[in-house]
Ligand binder design. Structure first.
Ligand code: PGA
Length: 254
């Protein structure tokens, strides 16, 4: 049984105060519930405040990026070990916005993921096709190409996020059937790369316009083990509602 993982990707929104308040709510609601994993990924400047509040609870805090080298002359970048020093457990790598706006490639994303795992962080590795590729019928070919780099990672500290680019921030969600098709394909593919036992245990998250009103159906799919939530994660009530859609949720403190 895979433990559902629901992650908030705040992107470039929110400072220390907003993140601390948000994590405080998450800790109060879900902080002693080990049946699902909740990860909050605010911008770098908010990480210390968020990590301090989450400390000692089941709520994890994660970064949105880290560099592939352990240290050096890389102005504007942050090393995985620096995130670990703050008490972080997770980092998002290879997000499509990094690929689209900052020149991220499969190779650089893989390097960042390996560096994160070397430092002891678990990785949410993002991949997904553009609208053009989907319409050309190349979705699975894209996923096959993008996922090849996962062979170099440790399955124990890994979750994969399937995020169709056309669904991110657009309000256009993949149907549950589209998500399940991609997730089942990825699980089979990862089985070939990392072994079937590792693939069976690996969490594959769906991301792309997940909202409170579509989360239950998406999270109800057999191979959808959680969600990476952008816009709808900025509000604690909405994000809480999405977490409650994760299978196995039992309201204990509410
Ligand atoms: P969205 O973003 O939920 O705003 O579509 C998801 C993501 O980019 O991780």
């Amino acid at each position: 049984m895979r433990r559902p993982l629901v992650a908030a990707n705040w992107k470039m929104h929110g400072g220390p105060d907003a993140a601390a308040k948000f994590v405080e709510v998450m800790v109060a609601r879900f902080g002693d519930d080990p049946s699902r994993e909740v990860v909050v990924c605010p911008p770098f400047t908010a990480l210390p405040a968020a990590a301090m509040i989450a400390s000692g609870s089941a709520i994890a805090v994660g970064g949105q990026n880290c560099h592939w080298e352990d240290k050096g002359a890389f102005t504007g970048e942050v090393a995985a070990s620096m995130l670990v020093e703050l008490g972080l457990r997770w980092v998002i790598v290879g997000h499509s916005e990094r690929r689209q706006y900052f020149g991220e490639t499969d190779a650089t994303a893989a390097g960042r993921a390996r560096a994160a795992q070397r430092a002891g962080l678990s990785v949410i590795y993002c991949l997904g096709e553009t609208l053009e590729k989907r319409e050309a019928g190349e979705t699975l070919a894209v996923l096959e190409r993008q996922s090849a780099v996962l062979a170099g990672l440790d399955a124990g500290g890994l979750a994969v996020a399937y995020e169709p680019v056309w669904a991110i921030g657009t309000g256009r969600t993949a149907t549950a059937a589209q998500a399940e098709e991609a997730h089942a394909f990825l699980r089979g593919r990862i089985g070939g790369l990392l072994g079937t036992d590792a693939a069976a245990a690996l969490r594959i998250l769906y991301g792309g316009s997940v909202k409170a009103d579509n989360a239950a159906e998406l999270l109800g799919q057999e191979d959808v083990d959680g969600a990476l939530v952008g816009g709808a994660s900025l509000d604690a009530e909405t994000f809480s509602a999405i977490i409650r859609c994760a299978p196995g949720f039992t309201a204990r403190r509410e």
